[in-house]
Design a protein around this ligand. Structure first.
Ligand code: GLP
Length: 374
């Protein structure tokens, strides 16, 4: 887990926007090898979208070869409703950049067959080669997308009933009228998010502080679904100081020290190159087959296609560091003055002593080399 703490929301937003730009640029997307970006709604990512638009207008980034998948959409309001997530994304991001409308994917909360819509969405993500980076916000109850407390951590895109807390929080967009807030939504599942190659969550403000604390200082728990990021190989949370209010001082100090030490030592935390450049281009676009759902009703839950959480694959490559000290293995026994101790502690001491001597003769860190040199 990486936790990046910035003084305020503007600095946190700038960090995330620059990070996304850096990722897209290093990826070098082409029509055959597009960058696949997962996107959230809510007030938290607004600053990020604003900077991405500014940087696009300044010619610093292009979304020409970027495919997007949004996290969720309300059920029960039309897509041109001012509070639909279609309207939100169009207003704050898509209408200002050069993304191809065909590359924009948002769940259709008015689809005649909601289960088929969810199955098709998962197929589209797969056909696009999976998501390279999923940007997320969280709810005050720690939900990621609309995966409300109690969601299965193996869940996939599906219909979800909104929690009362979420309805209350989102009523601010519906004239504070609870009756006007949709009670259901389509959302990607926790497992859908976990399968992205990287997840970045932006968490701003004191009202998210408890959720952040539960999600990173406590165990993986379906009541705080962002905590599932603990199972991801490349999760990053970017937050402002206010969001850290419930964290232990030692947690905050530790995560801040990681950045400080890295800077001082010239290290950089970089994703493995396979993640940075994405999978090999898919030669032929795959056709999307949607399973026909026999009883299209939201009262009959779609059987999930999810697998249980898989054990993490062993790392095939370690993050590249700009400085890597040339460490030489040391045998503590060789430091003991009494050779009989060395004999007792070391099987085949002669053979090992010879190896040690060989190492010593080429090691610039050896005190013996220094002694000879001095
Ligand atoms: C909704 C969205 C979430 C988002 C959350 C937070 O619930 N479905 O994806 O993270 O809002 O919104 P805000 O950033 O406005 O607090």
């Amino acid at each position: 887990m990486r936790l990046i703490i910035r003084d305020d929301s503007s600095e946190a937003s700038a960090y995330v926007a620059n990070y996304i730009i850096d990722r897209i640029k290093h990826f070098g997307p082409t029509p055959a090898h597009p960058f696949v970006l997962g996107l959230p709604t809510g007030s938290s990512p607004l600053g990020v979208y604003k900077i991405l638009v500014e940087k696009y207008k300044a010619g610093e980034i292009s979304f020409e070869n970027v495919i997007t998948f949004n996290m969720d959409e309300y059920i029960g309001i039309p897509r041109d409703h001012p509070e639909s997530y279609h309207s939100f994304m169009w207003k704050h991001f898509f209408s200002h950049v050069n993304i191809h409308p065909n590359n924009v994917n948002i769940l259709n909360g008015s689809a005649p067959n909601l289960e088929a819509e969810c199955v098709e969405y998962e197929s589209k993500i797969k056909a696009a080669g999976g998501i390279d980076l999923f940007l997320a916000g969280i709810g005050e109850d720690g939900h990621i997308a609309f995966n409300e407390p109690g969601s299965s951590l193996a869940s996939r895109t599906r219909v979800k009933t909104l929690a009362y807390d979420t309805i209350l929080a989102n009523s601010r967009f519906f004239n504070n009228d609870l009756d006007k807030v949709p009670k259901m939504a389509l959302t990607v599942g926790v497992q859908t998010v976990l399968e992205s190659r990287e997840v970045v969550a932006i968490i701003l403000g004191a009202r998210k502080a408890l959720a952040l604390q539960r999600c990173i200082e406590q165990g993986v728990n379906h009541m705080w679904t962002l905590s599932s990021l603990q199972l991801h190989p490349h999760p990053m949370i970017v937050c402002d100081e206010d969001a850290t209010l419930e964290l232990q001082v030692k947690t905050v100090k530790y995560f801040k020290s990681i950045e400080k030490v890295a800077l001082a030592q010239g290290f950089e935390q970089i994703l493995p190159s396979k993640i940075r450049t994405g999978p090999s281009p898919v030669p032929v676009p795959q056709a999307i087959f949607v399973d026909e759902v026999q009883s299209p009703t939201i009262l009959t839950p779609q059987p999930t296609t999810s697998r249980l959480l898989r054990p993490a694959a062993p790392a095939a490559e370690y993050p590249v560091r700009s400085v890597s000290p040339d460490l030489v293995p040391d045998r503590m026994a060789s430091r003991l003055p009494d050779p009989t101790f060395v004999r007792r502690l070391t099987p085949n001491p002669e053979e090992q002593q010879q190896k040690q001597n060989d190492v010593v003769s080429i090691s610039p860190f050896s005190p013996r080399v220094n002694a000879v040199g001095a």
